[in-house]
Write a new protein. Structure first.
Lengths: 157, 762
């Protein structure tokens, strides 16, 4: 297969034009074609959550989403949630404050998941946060601090 | 690379050694700005994919690559027919066979999932598609799937791991109380979130490798030796590593394949292992089993321990997972005997995984100790305190520091251990059986020489430069804190450059040895740089501090002045300007004075200069005690860890915020080991059948309760220049037995083979 298709993707409020094979995932489009490498590839099988992005505000696994599926929809990645002036999103700031990561590789996915988790109204208690953040694995084991960060950000929201 | 300014929290002391400074590189990690190995923008990339064997043992007769080569975008197929002209590189000890050819895609198949071919194409998708078209013909030979296979045999005794004193067998036979059990742990895997892979690029005979690395210098050496090029021609770049846990300390076959393909194609190549390939391309923790016999008096005084252990290794290398590593040093015992065997099987050679040796070893001895406690009808805490080791009975040396007693007593206090009811099945909440258990852990203090550079810049900023790496342990942060303390400046006036084999050499980030080793070098270089600046400031005629008459200067609150307010005070940049200096650069290492260039190279690129825990006058180790509470559903046998309190003696903590995170991380990996993690092998074909993150279960957020961690350590200046002992590995050691012991207390069922899954409880 060598055929390429032209896509216009709206990512973080900006239009990106690219020509890719139809089988290219959103994750590979971001990382390999658009130099948006903040979104991570942990398993490429929909099992780890490291590639979590938002499509029209909902969390999706970008490794299981074809780039061609999201044309015309609003895509948000980790690079798009801080303020224009560089001020961190409250969830990002809470992750730093609570040391909610170590190696940092699952972190963009955790943060994108956390932003959506709060917006979904699933951050009402520690137990609920644990449950609704369990699609994002963290092998360094920052879970206690992730819960604390999400709780604090949810209280501020 | 440049580190963004960290957010500063708390008071100013957070930024000195021992302070709770937030993670120095935190902003980069939460914004997606931290660049990992496969994320460097390199022009003209080709993409490589590995093809792995589907048989466990035999020979590749032929590889039919015709269809793959004809597929769109394919540039190259590499097979065992390609002699890459490589030579075997040194092992970790720095030993190297003479002119021995190296075949990263070998014809001989020694395990299922071994890399035997590679496809390189214009895009990853094309390479993946073409890889499926490769047709391999094998000549299969009989295999040994695991050490439980009847064909596996007893394996061979590792003489260097045999240990003993007194007359253990006789003392055991004479002991009025005896227990005996066999404990086993399955194959376990690192499952770092960032899969292995690399981007590689040649410029003439110079090679740049972007690859996640726990040891930039050691891995650079392998590339230089494989390809027969000078060490200086290799640059391995690894400023951020998405977790390693022991798996990213050595260059591996796929690195050689990618580098060869890149050189042959004359263009940069990116090779990423798929997640399943991460389960067979390098080894995790070996499966282990060990038989422990303990003899004691009726009041619980240990008389003898006899330990016989075994672990799986591959058919082509001996890697012992030392089941007798913790056994001899946890308790006072006058008669001891331990032996360990390795049993070759058709699997990839196992490797180091968090707490190697100590971890399965502690599962054995700490389970056995509680079995003894229940046999005696004694509180397991009391039994441990009663047999407290006053010195190291194995080496005969005194401990440097050992606050394990405090870990046990203070941990017990925080946990509420005194409220325990001794009888199994005696604590419950509705249909949940509640159980409490203890597990102690230990990990040796290992030291290695390191080197660091300090640069004071004209603008008043201070740079710390080292080839050390940070995979999340906090190297950036504690190095910045060290420099900030020496120069009396805020942490955000410091820059830290790490993770590059061209920078000064450092210990591997493994064996919990990096922090103690590199801080020694950074502190030495920073102090020397400060002394150099003091000398200039007191003697240079342009210096405003020359006339103070002082013989030294103070560095505090960002200002430099004579002691007791004599005369002016200046900032670093003001002083550098007054002196007319753009930069002061100082390089220091912790090797003995007068080490030759050859010795330095050896120190940074091999383990030859590494010092073990008993090489000096003392026996030096980190210690911990874990207290676990489990809730077991009486009907379904499901086990949930509901509470953990762990107390640690890791000496002085350079940054408690980050240390607490590492301890919790180790404990959480221990929860996985106790309840979830198990590499399953298909006996028919030796294949790891659950080699992915959905089937090899690691703990999720919902599996983990709040974990309370306590430090009971005191500074140990024998263990390291700044008083710390290792923190990264010890956290996992002892967690699995604490949970297994809690499960026994809850249910009355002793599970001796991990993980503790529900079918073992029903």
């Amino acid at each position: 297969m060598t055929r390429t298709i032209h896509l216009s993707l709206d990512i973080n409020g900006r239009r990106h034009e690219l020509d890719v094979e139809p089988r290219v995932t959103l994750l590979d489009a971001l990382r390999e074609h658009l130099a948006l490498t903040g979104t991570k590839k942990g398993c490429d099988q929909g099992q780890c959550g490291a590639c979590t992005c938002h499509v029209d505000g909902s969390r999706v696994l970008s490794c299981l989403t074809l780039a061609a599926q999201v044309e015309g929809r609003q895509i948000t990645t980790i690079e798009g949630i801080a303020a224009e002036n560089g001020e961190l999103h409250p969830v990002q700031a809470a992750f730093v404050e609570h040391d909610a990561f170590q190696c940092g590789y699952c972190t963009p996915g955790q943060i994108m998941s956390a932003v959506a988790c709060i917006r979904e109204g699933h951050a009402g208690s520690d137990e609920e946060i644990r449950e609704y953040m369990s699609g994002n694995l963290c092998r360094c084991g920052a879970y206690n601090n992730i819960v604390a960060a999400v709780r604090e950000a949810a209280e501020m929201a | 690379m440049t580190i963004m300014e960290p957010r500063k929290h708390g008071d100013a002391s957070d930024g000195t050694v021992g302070g709770r400074q937030t993670r120095f590189e935190g902003n980069l990690k939460v914004t997606g700005g931290a660049t990992y190995a496969l994320e460097y923008p390199v022009e003209g990339l080709a993409y490589a994919i590995l093809v792995q064997s589907t048989i466990p043992a035999g020979r590749v007769v032929s590889v039919d690559a015709e269809k793959a080569l004809a597929a769109p975008g394919v540039l190259m197929v590499l097979t065992p027919d390609d002699d890459m002209g490589l030579l075997v590189a040194s092992d970790w000890g720095g030993n190297r066979p003479e002119n021995q050819p190296y075949y990263p895609l070998p014809r001989q198949v020694q395990y299922n999932g071994q890399s035997i071919a590679a496809v390189v194409a214009e895009s990853r998708e094309q390479a993946v598609e073409a890889a499926r078209l490769i047709c391999i013909t094998y000549e299969q030979t009989p295999h040994v799937a695991s050490f439980n296979d009847t064909a596996a045999g007893e394996g061979k005794v590792m003489d260097n791991l045999t240990s003993g004193w007194g007359d253990a067998e006789a003392a055991l036979a004479d002991a009025p109380v005896q227990i005996e059990g066999e404990y086993s742990t399955p194959r376990e895997y690192h499952v770092a979130m960032e899969p292995h892979g690399l981007t590689v690029k040649w410029d003439g005979d110079q090679i740049t490798v972007w690859e996640p690395s726990q040891w930039s210098h050691g891995m650079a050496r392998s590339y230089s030796e494989w390809f027969g090029i000078p060490y200086e021609n290799v640059r391995l770049i690894s400023p951020f590593i998405g977790g390693g846990f022991g798996s990213k300390g050595a260059a591996l076959a796929h690195g050689a394949v990618a580098a060869f393909a890149s050189r042959k194609l004359g263009r940069p190549v990116k090779l990423a292992l798929t997640r399943p390939q991460n389960f067979t391309n390098y080894g995790g923790r070996a499966a282990t089993r060990q038989r422990i016999k303990i003899g004691a008096t009726e009041d619980g005084i240990l008389q003898a321990i006899v330990h016989r252990g075994a672990s799986e290794t591959s058919t082509y290398a001996d890697w012992p997972e030392q089941t007798g590593a913790a056994t001899p040093i946890l308790y006072k015992v006058e008669n001891f005997s331990s032996q360990h065997r390795v049993v070759p099987v058709n699997a990839v050679t196992p490797g180091a995984l968090r707490g190697p040796g100590k971890n399965p070893s502690a599962f054995g001895i700490e389970s056995a100790m509680e079995e003894l406690a229940y046999k005696l009808g004694m509180d397991p805490l009391e039994l441990r305190l009663k047999n407290y080791a006053d010195h190291d009975y194995q080496s005969g040396k005194p401990w440097s520091t050992r606050r394990l007693r405090e870990a046990l007593t203070e941990g017990a206090e925080a946990f509420g251990w005194s409220k325990r009811s001794h009888e199994p099945r005696s604590m419950r909440d509705g249909n949940q059986l509640i159980g409490w258990g203890i597990g102690c852990g230990t990990f040796p203090v290992i030291q290695a020489p390191s080197e660091a550079m300090i640069r004071i810049l004209g603008n008043g900023r201070v740079e710390v430069v080292s080839g050390a790496i940070d995979m999340g342990q906090g190297t950036y942060t504690i190095l910045a804190q060290t420099a900030a303390e020496v120069f009396g400046i805020p942490v955000d006036q410091v820059e830290v450059h790490l993770g590059d084999s061209r920078l000064p050499g450092a210990a591997i980030a493994g064996g919990s040895m990096l922090a103690g080793s590199i801080l020694g070098a950074v502190h030495k270089a920073a102090t020397a740089a400060r002394d150099e600046l003091i000398g200039l400031a007191l003697n240079d005629e342009k210096s405003p501090l020359r006339d103070t008459g002082a013989n030294t200067l103070t560095f505090s609150g960002g200002r430099i002045a004579a002691p007791r307010d004599q005369g002016p005070s200046l900032t670093l940049s003001e002083l550098m300007a007054a002196l007319g200096r753009d930069e002061i650069e100082i390089l220091r290492n912790t090797l003995p004075e007068g080490a030759t260039a050859q010795e330095q190279h050896q120190a940074w690129t091999s383990m030859a200069k590494v010092q073990g825990p008993t090489m000096g006058e003392y026996s030096m180790h980190s210690w911990c005690a874990h207290f676990a509470e489990v809730r077991v559903d009486e009907d379904f046998g499901t086990v949930r860890v509901s509470r953990i309190v762990s107390a640690f003696d890791c000496g002085r903590l350079y940054n408690p915020r980050l240390v607490e995170s590492q301890w919790r991380g180790g404990i959480i990996m221990g929860i996985g080991q106790a309840l979830l993690e198990e590499g399953l092998v298909d006996q028919r074909n030796g294949r790891t059948v659950n080699g992915n993150m959905g089937d090899y279960l690691v703990p999720t957020n919902a599996d983990v309760p709040h974990i309370e961690v306590i430090s009971v350590g005191v500074p140990d200046y024998g263990a390291s220049a700044l008083g710390g002992k290792g923190v990264g590995e010890v956290g996992i050691v002892g967690v699995a037995p604490a949970i297994a012991n809690a499960v026994f207390h809850a249910t009355g069922k002793r599970v001796r083979d991990l993980p503790i899954t529900l079918e073992k409880l029903i």
